[in-house]
Design a protein around this ligand. Structure first.
Ligand code: FES
Length: 116
């Protein structure tokens, strides 16, 4: 298994509780996307696929947080996920979780590492 490191965006593009940055993941599959968000000062990234039905969370591209900015929410049936762990805490897939992607922030850049 090899780790592929990829630049996703610049640090300033991810604001606390703000819009997420989407990115394509051709290494994972056709039309699979991922996203990164900033929460509690740290950056988290996940595959953009709900644990309930395997579709993207954001209807409106980049809108992953609920109105409070505390949880990630799936626009389809309203599952709530903890932004820092990806655990579903409310909704139809409670107890399941988003699939995390390894992410680091260094030199004002956000980079993911994919294991392929
Ligand atoms: S598809 Fe996400 S909650 Fe149903």
């Amino acid at each position: 298994m090899v780790g592929i490191k990829r630049l996703i965006c610049q640090s300033h593009e991810l604001q606390e509780g703000g819009k997420g940055v989407r990115f394509d993941l051709p290494e994972v599959g056709d039309r699979v996307t991922g996203f990164a968000v900033r929460f509690d000062g740290k950056v988290f990234a996940y595959i953009n696929r709900c644990a309930h039905v395997p579709i993207e969370l954001d209807w409106s591209p980049g809108e992953f947080f609920d109105a409070t900015g505390n949880y990630l929410i799936c626009a389809t049936h309203g599952a709530y996920y903890q932004a820092d762990t990806g655990d579903c805490v409310a909704g139809p897939c409670r107890g399941k979780r988003l699939e995390p992607i390894q992410v680091v922030e260094q030199a004002q850049q956000i980079l993911i590492t994919l294991k392929v």
